[in-house]
Ligand binder design. Structure first.
Ligand code: SF4
Length: 321
């Protein structure tokens, strides 16, 4: 039975949190779109507006806290695991994108990918939309930033190198933890962290600007000093060009209920603590966030982990930091 339409209130309701009874199954649903680029804001920046480009709807990586679960619910996929099982693929996207990029009336600007779903999720091996999109962006001279949890990005070093030269590109690996057990819970179908760190080293070796998105930091699971320091130290050792972070946001019933449901099974204590910390809000209280960000800043100073890359085009800086 389909649960009632969820609200943006954050009451916990198991109605939005069925358990995936067949996690190995995945279905690709091909669809056609009329537009490709959309004006948007970056989720981690209050600054307006850039273009967003989403190649897929739903994400196979299946992170239980993902805020895009909410959108998938409204697309008609009304149980919690459809988000990582039923992936919509915009099969005509490259054709539409080329029409938009070549339109002289459209002003060039930064394009962001990965804010809602991962451009290098497993579907990309079959459909190649990310490769095609970066090729077009390079051809028409549009710069891009994106984040991913996959080392499949290394397949496209040639295209990304060309984009870096012709317009500009920033590639972020999103990481939540270096602990393999926690990773399996937080990013069940994403590639192991070691492969993502190796991908960053390769991107550096190919002179492609790259960074780490420590997103989100998860209260009671990844917010310890030890966890934060080891992540910052790793970033400094690799020499990433930027390091961006934020705290877990649990917006709306669909997202919060699914996250609480799986967290409760994984770590009952953390579940109780998280419920208490968030109450009916989508964010933890300011005092918690200030203390958390203070810890990150402290360790970044300690390990000399600075943001060295500035995304500037043509005279406008993209506010990542
Ligand atoms: S990789 Fe990103 S988009 Fe995909 S499920 Fe995880 S948080 Fe969501």
């Amino acid at each position: 039975m389909v649960p009632q339409e969820p609200s943006l209130s954050t009451a916990y309701s198991p109605a939005y949190a069925e358990v995936d009874d067949n996690p190995r199954e995945v279905e690709y649903i091909e669809m056609r779109v009329k537009s490709a680029l959309h004006h948007t804001r970056l989720p981690y920046s209050p600054k307006p507006f850039y273009y967003s480009l989403n190649l897929y709807r739903g994400c196979r990586h299946g992170c239980p806290f993902c805020f895009a679960r909410y959108t998938h619910w409204f697309l008609g996929f009304q149980n919690s695991f459809d988000f990582q099982r039923k992936i919509q693929v915009k099969v005509n996207l490259l054709e539409v994108l080329e029409g938009e990029l070549s339109n002289p009336r459209r002003k060039r600007d930064w394009v962001t990918l990965g804010a809602a779903t991962d451009p290098y999720q497993p579907a990309e091996k079959k459909y190649g939309l990310a490769r095609g999109a970066f090729r077009l962006l390079a051809r028409y001279g549009w710069p891009a930033v994106f984040s991913t949890k996959s080392d499949l990005v290394l397949r496209d070093l040639d295209v990304l190198g060309e984009l870096a030269l012709r317009a500009g590109v920033g590639v972020a690996m999103t990481l939540t933890t270096l602990d393999p057990v926690l990773q399996k819970f937080l990013e069940p179908h994403a590639v192991p962290v070691a492969r993502r760190l190796e991908a960053l080293r390769q991107l550096k070796a190919h002179r492609i600007p790259c960074g780490i998105h420590l997103m989100p930091i998860i209260p009671f699971l990844t917010d310890t000093e030890e966890a934060i320091e080891s992540m910052v130290r790793t970033a400094a050792e690799i020499g990433v060009d930027y390091f961006v972070y934020n705290v877990l946001r649990l917006r709306g019933q669909v997202v919060k209920s699914y996250y609480y449901h799986v967290l409760q099974k994984f770590n009952r204590t953390a579940f109780e603590q998280t419920r208490k910390l968030y109450g009916s809000r989508p964010y933890p209280p300011e005092s918690y966030v200030d203390a958390l960000y203070g810890k990150v800043k402290f360790f970044r100073e300690k390990w000399g982990c600075r943001n060295r890359w500035r995304a500037i085009f043509p005279d406008k800086q993209l506010d990542l930091f």
